[in-house]
Design a protein around this ligand. Sequence first.
Ligand code: GUN
Length: 283
Amino acid sequence: MEAKLIEGKALAAEVKREAAQQTEALKAKGITPCLAVILVGEDPASQVYVRGKINDCAQCGIESRNIRLPEETTQEELLARVDELAGDPAVHGILVQLPLPAHIDEKAIIDAIPPEKDVDGFSPVNVGRMQIGEPCYLPCTPAGCIRMIESTGVPIPGKHAVVIGRSNIVGKPAAMLLLAKNATVTICHSKTQNLQAICASADILVAAVGRAGFVTGDMIKPGAVVIDVGINRGADGKLHGDVDFETAAQKAAWITPVPGGVGPMTRAMLMLNTVEAARRAME
Ligand code: GUN
């Protein structure tokens, strides 16, 4: 069987149309949603991601502030910029692109973003609210994964969902969101024993490992939904997912491509969070 593709780009376009419509409605009430994106340093991958976010804002009619700071920016200087944006009523969302240079404490920076402007959903307050099912900004990548799974029409409740990876940004929140959708969830990581067998029992498999081609066809249950969060640049200069697409697509019913899968959806969900932040600022 050849798996069907979960078209991230097309789904992202749909989500961005939603964000654009909501932006129009807010503008009619005199509010223009505004996202501030801070990039410290010259990391080439981060530059690409930030450019994508700024372009998405423009497509949705969302205002953006593109703040580029030199690599040698101190933690105090960065905190001062974040504080400035936190106090600016015209700015609804603040995103500090990660990773930050090693001399800056990421946690201190994330903590400085007010929860109501934390459109990444990384602040402890939003993480906590997500855990207990309170309204919050959901982290964009896991929220995008859920939307992609739902787009297949495969019901999540009662299914065995396996998440490989336990990062705070993807693995843990993806597992929590799947649990909130009534999946039975297993989180696997580098110390997991019998990884192959656990993965091969997954109706829904989310791979967020950070290693190209880590998940192979023998780890996929026939008919599974496979979501590949990995974006690994290979020696060939191309982007590769965590899933070995060729072998996995022989077993899965649905699979996301890389590129053009989870990446565009992540950015689209950020647009929805930004519009939501602007709406809440009106209340
Ligand atoms: N770096 C990689 N992914 C992300 C993300 O979703 N948000 C931020 N702020 N930085 C990232």
